[in-house]
Structure formats: C-alpha cells, structure tokens
Design a protein around this ligand. Structure first.
Ligand SMILES: Nc1ncnc2c1ncn2[C@@H]1O[C@H](COP(=O)(O)OP(=O)(O)OP(=O)(O)O)[C@@H](O)[C@H]1O
Length: 613
C-alpha cells in the first residue's frame, strides 16, 4: 500500500491513540446540509476532475499491485524462470509503483487543496455576511460562539472535503475492485473470506472507538490539571493567606489521580486491542496461507494466486474497515455545515429599500427625532426611548446628560440606524432613515466612542479607518488638530508603527486622540461623541479637550456629556431620564431650574467644577 501523508486510515492500531480532532457541535441527522459544501467545491471543476482522476488512478494502481505480485511469484519465482521473465515481471511492477506514488501525491494535493480552498471561501462568505448584520444579532449570538463556528466547524468541513470524501471514494473503489479480483482469483476462498472479514474488522472497529473515547477522556482530564494549576497559582495569595495549601494539595492529588486512572484505562484497552488485532490479522493470514498451501499441494491454485489473494484480502479488509468510520465523519461535517448555513442565511434586518431616497447634497447635517419610541429586541417590555422629539440643527452642539440607563447611548444607536424604532421617525437632512441607504446615512456620521477602539494595525491604518483615501499629509493635519502629532512622530516607525491589540502600546489619552483624529479624517457633517468617563491626568485631559473643540467646530454635534466644560459650551443641554427628555436649556437656565440637571451636575461633574455651578 502507498504511504498516505495525511489521510491516515482510522482504527489502525498505531493511529488510534491520537486524539480525535476537536469535535465542534452535534452531528447532523442527514447528509443534506453538505450540499452547500459541494456547491462551493463545484466552483473548482478542474481541481475536482483532476482529484477524481488521480483517485481512480491510485486506487487502480493499488489493486494492480497484487495482480503483479501474482505474476511475479508465478513467473519470476518459478523453478525454470528465465532472466528475461524475471526482469519483465519486476519492471512492470516498478512502473505501477511509480504510477501509484505519483497518483497518490496528486490526489493528496488536489483533495487537500480543495478542502482548504472550500473552507477559505466558506470563512470569507460567512464573515462577509456577518459584517452586514445589525448589533441585535450579536446580542442573541455571542461573538465567542460565532468565532468557534468559524474555526472548529470549518475545520470539520475541511476534514470532510480534504479527507473523508477521498477516503470513502478510494476505499469503495479498492473494496469493490479488490473483491471482484478475489472472486476472479479463487471464488470459494473469497466467499469464506467475505464471511470472515466482518468478524475481523468488527472487533477492531469496536476497540478503535473505545480507544478514541478513552483518549478523549484522558485528554479532558489533562485539561483539568491545567485548569486546576492556573486557578490555584493565580489565586496563590488567597490560598496562602487562608492557609489552604494542604487542601489545595489534596484537591490537586484527586485531579492527578483521575488523570492517571483515565490513562490506565486507555492503555489497558490499547493493550487488549493490540493482542486482538495481532491475533486476528496474523491468524487470518495464517489461515489463508494454510488453505492456500492445501490448494497448491493438490494443484488447484498457484503460489502466485495465493500471494495475490493474501495481499488483496488485506487491502479489501482495510477498505471496509475505513468505510465504517466514514459515515460518522460525514454526519459530523453535515452538522457543522448546517450551523454555518444558519450564519450564511441570516439576513440583515436593517437594509436599504429597493429604491433608496438619496440624501440631499451638499449635506446640511441636521438630525431630527420625531416622537420616537424604541424597545430593544431582547427587552420588548421596557421602552429604552419613549416619545422622544429632538431636532438638532446644522452646526448646533447638543449635550445629552442623564443618569445611567436613561437612553443616551440609544439615541446614538438610532441615529446611526443600528435599530429601527417601533414608533416615530428619525430623519437625517429631512429624509426618514428607513427610506435611505444605511451606508449613505453612516457616511454622514463620525463617531467618537467612549472607549477608543483601535485595531491591531499600524498607526496609519488606525487613523484613516473611516477614510482610506486620506493622504499622509491629511493624516498629519488631522493628527495635529487632534493633538496627536507629537506622540505619533515619536513612535519608532512613525505612522507605520504597529499599535498592538486595541492600541495597547498607547496610553489612554493617546488612544482617545487617535480616535479624534480618525473622526476628523472622516470629515462627516454630523459628529456623535460619547465622552470618556475614565479620568485622565489634567495635562492629557487638556490635550483631549482641545482636540475635541476643534473636532466639534463647524459640525452638528450630539455629545453624551460627562464634563462640565462640555455642557457649558453646548448650545443646548438635553436632560434625559428613563427614556424621556425631561429638561432642556442652557447650563445656566437648567442650574437655576433646580431640577434633575442641577442634581446631576452636583453629583456627576467633579467637585472642583461643581463649585462653579
Ligand atoms: N443592547 C441592549 N439590549 C437590551 N437593552 C438595552 C441594550 N442597550 C441598552 N439597553 C437598555 O436600554 C436602556 C437605555 O440604555 P442606554 O445604554 O441608552 O442608557 P445610557 O443613558 O446610555 O446609560 P449609560 O450612561 O450607563 O451608558 C437601559 O435600560 C438599558 O438597560
């Protein structure tokens, strides 16, 4: 048999102990969901055809080997064999071996290529669809679970395309072709063998399954050891100050002992399996040879026939053994395909209408909420906004204040049309948002979130995230206006410097200024600004504030305000509570009113500033 680089035959004693690939979720009940996978593979007809051709060639060459074996034993090992016969018999065998090697390599390459290609396409398709879905989808489906679908479920599909299907086809060809050849060689002996094969294969398969289950348990208990060590050492101070060293030692002993017992079970099964496999395999070969010897002695069959029979019988038994494993793998793959199908079938609830109304050009930057009532889909009983009416005129700065949970962030969510309200209308430059293309709406908005979100990319890419056409000159101009120029110039590789995960190589204040520069580069008529609450030192605070002032100038700004300086500068302050607007006015007016704003101001803004209220 040819060396098989990756498609190891299941149940073989020497491979059975390797842990099974991490099984994603549940297997499917039918193979139906795999249709989607064939659909993807069908995009590559040339590779599929070449893979099938190579598969056919390698399987045929596999069966041709025992055929040649027969000829070699009969012709080349016969008593009066000529040198020419010997050379001819072996030369042909070498040709077959070369064909087998090349065809196996080609099949392996094409099939594995297809597996990887299909999975790559699938991952891209799923991700492209996910990126269009509104936030409500990710509230119901955790990104952690989705990310596991993108890795472990796609890995299962890769196994189906890149291994299982090939194993199935190859072993079917070898099994059927081999059986036909066996009948041709010795019909009576073949019938006996066909009865014997299940008796040989079944115990091997059963033991193989038990062994892989025991291996998985063993792996799990090893993972428990890791978890236990991490937990105890991570809490070492608590362990020591509560004098729990002995208890933790005893607990760890129990975990280690479970691992040992699991390993003992696994090696016991393996030991028994080795004995059973050895006896069955070599016992049946011995039996065959015994029968054969009788046949040769009575002159019924030749030595070559017996040699070919033993080799082919081994091939056929191996092929049927492999086929018993295939169906389970296909069902697991189908389960993965159906879970990925769900992600692919998800359609965004927020989409452009068939004929979107164009937003007026040039943009004015006016945003208006008209009697807007909204409940989050996951909390349908509780309105997050009730009858909100708010018009922000071009160039105006409106500060929104209110206690936690008042609905301030929800205003931002609706302005960007991440959700549609159940009642009332949000309008941008006079166009109701559902009539416009959400892309066009968002293009007119720049967002500075409370916590600056930076990507694990270069400073340049982080800055021009909302405007990829920006030139370096424009980037530096924005950085200057955002008070970010100095520290960006000090970075070791300037704008090319990698900023680390979420910009971990920058300080909090620097991250905020990068986010401000990004919004400046976006150059949108409307600015949504969620002021950071985390305290910065006063120098950093001044730099950020100064940058924000430049960003807000000449733009319509809605700001969720946490600083007195911001509310004082605002043209208008809107005070929210429990999803409603309860007060509106300037800082002075609202302070005099002595209502919620005055109370909030004394609690929320820091002491130094409250003195000025
Ligand atoms: N994604 C969500 N799903 C369900 N309910 C939500 C969601 N986001 C917010 N809410 C609820 O909607 C209400 C308004 O929340 P919102 O985030 O707008 O308040 P906020 O004024 O911005 O509060 P904070 O100042 O604490 O950020 C709250 O009762 C909140 O619990």
């Amino acid at each position: 048999m040819a060396a098989e680089p990756a498609e190891s035959a299941p149940s073989a004693p020497d491979t059975a102990e390797s842990p099974a690939p991490a099984a994603g979720g549940k297997p499917a009940r039918s193979l139906g969901p795999l249709r989607m996978v064939w659909g993807l593979a069908a995009h590559y007809p040339r590779q599929v055809a070449l893979a099938l051709l190579a598969l056919l060639a390698s399987s045929s060459a596999t069966i041709a080997i025992p055929m040649r074996f027969k000829a070699i034993v009969d012709q080349a090992f016969g008593p009066g064999a000529h040198m020419g016969d010997i050379a001819g018999a072996f030369q042909l065998m070498l040709v077959i071996v070369v064909i087998l090697g090349l065809a196996t390599a080609t099949r392996f390459y094409c099939v594995s290529w297809l597996g990887e290609r299909v999975v790559a396409d699938l991952r891209e398709k799923v991700q492209a669809n996910l990126l269009r879905l509104p936030p409500s989808f990710f509230e119901a489906n955790s990104p952690k679970e989705i990310s596991s679908r993108m890795t472990s479920d796609t890995a299962l599909i890769e196994v189906v395309v890149g291994t299982t299907v090939s194993i199935a086809l190859r072993n079917m060809i070898t099994g059927i072709g081999g059986t036909a050849y066996l009948f041709f060689l010795a019909p009576k002996l073949t019938l006996q063998l066909l009865v014997a094969i299940p008796l040989i294969v079944l115990p091997i398969v059963v033991f193989g399954r038990r062994l892989s289950k025991a291996s998985r348990t063993s792996q799990d208990t090893i993972a428990d050891i890791g978890a236990s060590v991490t937990e105890t050492l991570g809490a070492i101070r608590v362990v020591q100050s509560f004098n729990q060293e002995e208890r933790e030692t005893a607990r760890f002993h129990a975990t280690v002992d479970r691992t040992f017992q699991a390993a003992r079970r696994r090696i016991a099964i393996r030991a028994v399996m080795t004995a059973v496999v050895t006896m069955l395999v070599f016992g049946s070969i011995t039996g065959l040879l015994w029968q054969g010897a009788i046949g040769v002695a009575t002159g019924q069959i030749s030595g070559g026939t017996i040699a070919a029979f033993v080799v082919t019988g081994g091939l056929v038994a191996g092929a049927f053994g492999a086929l018993t494993e295939v169906y389970g793998d296909l069902l697991r793959g189908a389960g993965a395909a159906s879970r990925l199908n769900e992600l692919l079938a998800e359609r965004p609830a927020i989409a452009a209408p068939a004929r979107p109304i164009a937003l007026p050009e040039p943009a004015r930057g006016q945003i208006a909420f008209d009697r807007v009532t909204f409940r989050y889909p996951t909390r349908p009983d509780q309105p997050a906004l009730s009858e909100i009416t708010l018009k922000v005129d071009p160039g105006e700065t409106v500060a929104i204040v209110g206690p936690s949970g008042a609905g301030k962030s929800t205003i931002f969510q609706l302005a960007q049309r991440f959700y549609d309200p159940q009642g009332g209308t949000v309008r941008l430059d006079g166009v109701a948002l559902p009539s416009a293309d959400p892309d066009a709406v968002r293009r007119r908005i720049a967002l500075v979130p409370q916590e600056a979100v930076l990507f694990a990319a270069s400073a340049r890419d982080n800055l021009r995230y909302g405007n990829w056409e920006a030139s370096d000159e424009q980037i530096w101009q924005a950085a200057r206006a955002a008070n970010a120029e100095q520290f960006l110039r000090d970075l070791p590789e300037g704008l090319d410097t990698f900023l680390g995960d979420n910009g971990s190589r920058l300080s909090g204040g620097q991250r905020q200024r990068v986010a401000i520069a990004r919004a400046l580069l976006r150059d949108a008529p409307i600015l949504l600004l969620d002021e950071a609450t985390s305290a910065l030192d006063s120098e950093s605070e001044r730099l950020v504030q100064d940058a924000l002032d430049r960003l807000m100038a000449s733009r319509t700004t809605l700001v969720i305000a946490h600083r007195l300086a911001t509310v004082r500068q605002a043209d208008r302050i809107v005070v929210m509570d429990k999803g409603r607007i309860v007060e509106q006015g300037t800082h002075e007016e609202l302070s005099r009113l002595g209502g919620l704003y005055a109370r909030l101001a004394s609690l929320q803004f820091d002491d130094r500033l409250v003195a000025e209220v």
